[in-house]
Design a binder for this molecule. Structure first.
Ligand code: M6R
Length: 606
């Protein structure tokens, strides 16, 4: 949450900062601001609202003219979105931008007030800026080291000291920060998309490493000022990956990228039509021997975990517990060193998921992270990592990340089932071959675009919706419902179809559309009965079902028939129209699809 950037070089700093921030707006978009050295002073421009507001403001007031500075896009935690609470914070001597939460800011603020400091904002960040000022003795490094010894919580900080107009300083703990390395220019950023236009090379800052960044140099030290010589990472993302590429929204582009994302994710993990995680150093033998498997994640990633649970249990006959990370942390879970915890996360920075993983590590359980962002905290802290290769996912509503996460869940399920002797080699090959066909089938599912747009037009006036399904279809309907509500702002719930008559059916009226997912042959009859029950009570029903299901057209008001695929893999097909229906509903309602209100892409607070 919140995006931090920095630049030192020959270019127009304000322009670079704004451009870099535009690639990080997915991390928060309540307000934006930059600070640039101009004629030896620090000039700050900031305001509430989208980055475009800041650009407009600078067009009117004049943008700072300089070559060294820092920038920020905010997702408010302490203090409402307002001009005053926007970053950067500080005074004429020290100015900072911050991503994270300072837990002991109240005590520090009281102390600083007792020392004569006054505060203008409600943010925790201003405390850090003032503390830096308090300790400043002419040596920025010493000052930063003193301050990080006192602050508790998470931080990625970009710092400017008035006395050092040719450099920016950076330090991080529990919030990501990279230092981009260019030719005669260097950068700071929360994430790679911000700098990919300028350079692919970057250093990952580790906990409490302090970076001093000038035009020609990047020096990284530990807190004792021992210089650290780090390996330079190179981003393998396409430069266009962080652009909309002709699509109206990132979400639509990312839906269209799903076939390639799945292919790129599964191909390196398949040898001769068999799952193969040898490059991740994961053996079938070890997967089979864990006592219990826990899958822990948040939001969409948790829904991918639900699909994982169904397929692992179905094929491998091994019990799997799926938890929301925020619940797992506090329910005193029974987990020990013989267990496996699979954590799923697109960003690899989600605070609750990280904390849940730590619980597993503390008891000696093996942790396996399925993560999209390379070098992210979760990826670095897990015992084993399977990287999904979705490329950058910019839209806040996750689509391609979900798709690749479930593709990995399938491969793991096949591997465990085979290792467990629950499926033969031939069956395992057959399932894997079917998975290899999925990119083409997902491509076909995307052709349902127009039908989904039409269905969306029937939903835009609803106040509330219900998604129903059974088994794997229930797992899918959870994801469909989340997708719709987060971007269309229409309330929706997902419900196990069989549970309806135990209470929820009383909500059904002709004003409550129902989206039923029925892709599983053995359960379709049962779901159709539930559809009839809601239809009899006036609900408009949209049915998403397999091509071959024999049903009368009158069963539902609209039927979206999916391209054929192996039944077990149908979630990968049905997810597409669910995403498209949510997308078009949001578009038709005139919402900001890629940046839904109150949300941020990477949830680094609890
Ligand atoms: O980065 P993560 O996968 O850990 O994020 C987890 C959730 O915050 C995320 O999936 C969220 O639910 C999406 N915005 C849903 O579209």
């Amino acid at each position: 949450m919140c995006g931090v950037v920095g630049y030192v070089g020959d270019r127009d700093c304000a322009e670079v900062l704004v451009d870099a921030l535009s690639k990080l707006e997915y991390r928060g978009y309540d307000s934006a601001g930059i600070a640039v050295f101009e004629n030896g002073t620090i000039k700050v421009d900031k305001c509430k609202g989208r980055l475009s507001n800041l650009v407009e403001k600078m067009a009117q007031d004049g943008k700072p003219d300089g070559h060294c500075g820092i920038g920020h896009t905010r997702w408010a935690t302490h203090g409402e979105p307002s001009d005053i609470n926007s970053h950067p914070h500080g005074n004429k001597r020290v100015t900072i931008v911050h991503n994270g939460i300072i837990e002991n800011y109240k005590q520090l603020k009281d102390f600083l007030i007792s020392e004569g400091y006054s505060f203008v904002s409600e943010t925790d960040t201003e405390t850090v800026a003032k503390l830096l000022d308090y300790y400043y003795n002419g040596d920025p490094f010493e000052t930063i080291a003193k301050v990080i010894a006192e602050i508790k919580g998470s931080y990625a900080l970009g710092i400017m000291f008035r006395d050092f107009p040719d450099r920016i300083f950076a330090v991080r703990k529990d919030s990501p920060l990279i230092v981009g390395v260019g030719e005669h220019e260097n950068f700071l950023a929360s994430d790679v998309p911000a700098i990919i236009h300028y350079t692919r090379d970057f250093y990952l800052l580790e906990q409490n490493e302090i970076a001093i960044v000038t035009k020609e140099n990047v020096k990284i030290y530990d807190v004792h000022k021992n210089e650290i010589h780090k390996e330079l990472n190179t981003a393998d993302w396409d430069v266009d990956a962080a652009e909309k590429g002709g699509y109206e929204h990132f979400m639509l582009k990312e839906i269209h990228e799903q076939p390639t994302a799945v292919k790129t994710t599964i191909t390196p993990r398949i040898t001769n039509h068999m799952p193969d995680f040898s490059s991740e150093k994961i053996t079938a033998e070890e997967l089979k021997n864990y006592n219990n498997i826990f899958i822990v994640a948040c939001g969409t990633a948790m829904h991918a975990g639900m699909v994982g649970k169904y397929v692992i249990e179905k094929l491998a006959r091994k019990s799997v517990t799926v938890d929301m990370a925020s619940e797992f942390r506090y329910r005193n879970p029974i987990i020990n060193e013989n267990d496996l915890m699979i954590v799923i996360s697109q960003s690899g920075e989600t605070a609750d998921t990280k904390a849940a993983m730590q619980i597993a590590k503390n008891v000696g359980a093996t942790t396996l992270a399925v993560v999209n962002v390379k070098g992210s905290s979760i990826a670095r802290e897990a015992d084993k990592v399977i990287y999904t290769h979705a490329g950058p996912e910019i839209s806040v509503a996750s689509t391609k990340a979900y798709m690749v996460q479930i593709s990995v869940m399938y491969l793991l399920a096949f591997e465990i089932a085979y290792a467990n002797g629950k499926i033969t080699r031939e069956q395992c090959e057959e399932y894997t071959r079917n998975l290899e066909e999925m990119p083409d089938i997902i491509e076909e599912a995307i052709l349902l675009n127009e039908k989904c747009q039409f269905v969306a037009s029937k939903l835009i006036n609803a106040d509330s919706l219900l998604y129903i399904g059974r088994g794997l279809d229930y797992a899918l309907s959870m994801e469909g419902s989340l997708k719709l509500k987060e971007i269309s702002y229409i309330h929706s719930e997902s419900y196990a179809a069989g549970e309806l008559k135990h209470g929820t059916i009383s909500l059904i009226t002709d004003e409550m559309p129902v989206i039923a997912v029925a892709t599983q042959q053995d359960l379709v009859e049962k779901t159709i009965s539930n559809i009839k029950e809601v239809k009899a009570r006036g609900a408009m029903v949209i049915l998403i079902c397999a091509q071959e299901v024999e049903i009368e057209d009158s069963v539902a008001d609209e039927i979206i028939r999916l391209p054929q695929a192996e039944q077990l893999l149908m979630p990968m097909v049905a997810a597409v129209p669910l995403q498209l229906v949510a997308y078009y509903t949001s578009v038709l309602k005139g919402n900001d699809v890629d940046k839904p209100r109150n949300l941020a892409k990477s949830v680094t607070v609890e």
